[in-house]
Design a protein around this ligand. Structure first.
Ligand code: SF4
Length: 327
């Protein structure tokens, strides 16, 4: 619930309907039920988060929902009050918190005085041992300061990951410098590195599972539409009527993106084995005004370039053991 262009707040009635949809459509045989709030900024409607959280927990207590519910939120914490932080802690929220680096870098990208608010709230959460992770976005505007920002975030002692904004392009010089910066960052003793980015890269390309699977994942936008996922906004139903089988079928047929699709350029690529190959919503670009046919998807070259950067760094540093499943 959900990264969508519209930021309208769901009404109280809509929130009730979302809860009803979860009750009606969740898999009672599953071990767990995870509810994730994404934005934009989900704390813009904390009341909806609160209602959904407490109601779902109550429904679990009364056995109307059998899998144990858990909750997570992706937030920049700028709207968080002490009450909100306490609520998130009390309900064992996993938090992914955006912080791009030191004050100048962070506030250049995210607004004046955001850094001070985030650091203040982070200290509070750290003191309470809250479950959290930081997310550092690398852009063409801040990549020159990658090392100092990485070192600052690493010094906070909180697990973090960094990810490039692949919607923009980067000069070859900055990417070359990035490899050098990574060597300098990773020269620290292993137990002093809190960067989990490489752990998330599979050491072998994972077989892609089917993306559209209403039995395991539902993405709901603030209007109550059901989307393919939080990165691909195509509507395949709504919470009143449920999934529209015709739309699901049309998406599956028109967009091999969501099946076991491997782009023709991928086999033979030197980064094939480490390339996440996971989120096609990120690494393929949909050409506008196309009929959503197979051939209209092109690789996002910036995504590929960063895979090559990782590959070069991991080769040079002999740090392949950092990769998931290869420890
Ligand atoms: S880096 Fe690009 S071309 Fe290579 S495997 Fe990944 S998506 Fe395919």
């Amino acid at each position: 619930m959900s990264r969508h262009p519209h930021q309208n707040k769901p009404s109280e009635a809509l929130v009730r309907q979302i809860i009803d949809f979860i009750v009606a459509s969740h898999n009672p045989q599953a071990n767990s039920l995870t509810i994730k709030f994404y934005g934009g900024e989900p704390l813009l409607n904390f009341e909806a988060i609160k209602t959904i959280t407490t109601t779902i927990q109550e429904l679990h207590r009364t056995k109307k929902i059998t899998p144990k519910p858990s909750f997570s939120i992706t937030t920049n914490l700028t709207l968080a009050t002490t009450d909100i932080l306490n609520f998130l802690i009390e309900h064992h929220y996993g938090m992914m918190i955006s912080l791009d680096g030191k004050r100048a870098t962070n506030d250049q990208g995210r607004g004046e005085r955001v850094f001070d608010k985030v650091i203040h709230n982070l200290s509070y959460l750290q003191a309470k041992n809250a479950a959290m992770e930081l997310s550092m976005t690398v852009t063409p505007h801040n990549i020159a300061k990658f090392r100092e920002n990485w070192e600052f975030i690493n010094s906070l002692g909180i697990p973090f990951l960094w990810k490039p904004d692949c919607s923009q392009s980067y000069s070859p010089e900055t990417l070359e410098k990035l490899v050098n910066d990574l060597h300098a960052c990773y020269a620290k003793p292993r137990n002093k590195i809190h960067d989990t980015s490489f752990v998330r890269i599979s050491h072998k390309r994972q077989k892609k599972t089917h993306c559209i699977d209403p039995t395991t994942l539902a993405t709901i936008d603030p209007q109550g539409s059901l989307l393919i996922c939080n990165r691909v906004n195509d509507i395949i139903g709504d919470i009143w009527v449920g999934y529209d089988e015709k739309k699901i079928l049309a998406a599956e047929n028109a967009v091999p993106l969501f099946g076991n699709f491997i782009h023709p350029e991928c086999p033979g690529c030197p980064s094939y084995d480490i390339c996440k190959g996971g989120c096609y919503g990120v690494h393929l670009e949909h050409e506008e005004q196309s009929e959503m046919m197979h051939s209209t998807y092109t690789l996002n070259k910036t995504y590929c370039t960063f895979q090559h950067v990782y590959n070069v760094f991991l080769n040079e540093s002999k740090l392949y053991h950092l990769l998931e499943g290869n420890a």
